[in-house]
Design a protein around this ligand. Structure first.
Ligand SMILES: CCCC/C=C/CC(=O)SCCNC(=O)CCNC(=O)[C@H](O)C(C)(C)COP(=O)(O)OP(=O)(O)OC[C@H]1O[C@@H](n2cnc3c(N)ncnc32)[C@H](O)[C@@H]1OP(=O)(O)O
Length: 286
């Protein structure tokens, strides 16, 4: 209930802000963690420092921004990128999955599912400009896109690394990975929790193109121009044909998936693994 009210409030505030900024000349709207520019090809920038982790608030604002773009029939495509230097997204927020209660885990997971379904089944053309590290849920965001351009910086890695955290990528993460890189590569990468360098990601097909870092946005825009030249109706029907079965697989078992996640993440052993992983992240800083 509380979340639904927050969501209504955000939508309202978002549209007011959108109008105000439009008067200033720049066609854009924003909430705290997501900035959307609608001048030229629409660009959605995640800005949840330090690492663009997908907290509940960030997921909600992301979903609302997408909803607004979907409702604007003049917007046919969106470039998804990050405003945080060196980070595309650190994925799901570990602090939403650690040390909370089952009701919180269920609420969080419902919102993760909702964002995924909205992104994965979007009628718009989605191109990701991956300008930084993109582990786990960050990779998931990129995989939802129709085309992925990654910055050629060996410090940036991408992949579904859940098994390194002692957790298991849900079946719908896995389905999308298999759809993108094939069963054998996905099986190996999921078991090992592989984080691919840009060159490896290109080779295996996690991303479609790797370009010098200063060209990632211009390349994403030129890709968008090419995709925009395709008639919407045929492209959308084709996308739906390719993705429907994967999305339906979750839709038909959303509740069960929430229950599974909640009971899995609540286990002492899993909480212990997350604790150790969080400690490791802290220690890395020295
Ligand atoms: C059935 C269960 C399935 C659940 C599915 C889960 C999918 C997921 O997405 S799980 C999340 C997986 N994410 C990761 O493994 C990424 C972990 N983070 C990193 O590897 C690094 O932080 C980075 C490469 C993204 C960035 O490195 P950098 O050196 O720039 O920054 P750090 O000093 O490591 O981090 C800064 C700060 O942010 C905290 N943090 C990092 N990632 C997360 C996160 N995913 N959730 C919450 N918080 C995160 C990190 O602990 C630091 O915090 P402090 O400043 O307080 O120490």
């Amino acid at each position: 209930m509380a979340l639904a009210a927050a969501r209504r409030l955000l939508l309202h505030a978002g549209s007011r802000l959108g109008r105000r900024e439009a008067v200033d000349g720049a066609r854009r709207f924003a909430n705290k963690r997501v900035l959307v520019e609608t001048e030229g090809p629409a660009v959605m920038k995640l800005r949840n420092p330090p690492v663009n982790s997908l907290s509940l608030e960030c997921l909600t604002e992301f979903t609302i921004s997408l909803e607004k773009l979907e409702n604007d029939k003049s917007i046919r495509g969106v470039i998804l990128t990050s405003e945080c230097p060196g980070i595309f997204s650190a994925g799901l927020d570990l602090l939403e999955m650690y040390g909370r209660n089952p009701a919180h885990y269920a609420e969080y997971w419902k919102n993760v599912q909702e964002l995924w379904l909205r992104l994965y089944t979007s009628n718009m053309i989605l191109v990701s400009a991956i300008n930084g590290a993109s582990p786990a849920g960050g990779c998931l965001l990129a995989l939802c896109c129709d085309y992925r351009v990654m910055a050629d910086n060996p410090k940036y890695t991408i992949g579904l690394n859940e098994s390194l955290l002692g957790i298991v990528a849900p079946f719908w993460f896995k389905d999308m990975y298999v759809n993108t890189i094939g069963h054998r590569e996905a099986e190996r990468a999921l078991q090992l929790g592989t984080l691919f360098s840009p060159a490896e990601a290109l080779k295996v097909g996690v991303v479609d193109e790797v370009v010098p870092e200063d060209q990632v946005h211009s390349k994403a825009r030129s890709v968008m121009t090419k995709w925009l030249a395709i008639p919407d109706h045929s492209r959308q029907l084709t996308k739906n044909m390719m993705r429907k079965a994967t999305a339906d697989n979750l839709i038909k078992q959303r509740e069960a998936d929430i229950q599974n996640f909640t009971s899995f993440i609540s286990k002492d052993s899993i909480q212990k693994s997350l604790h150790m992983y969080l400690e490791k992240l802290k220690q890395k800083k020295g």
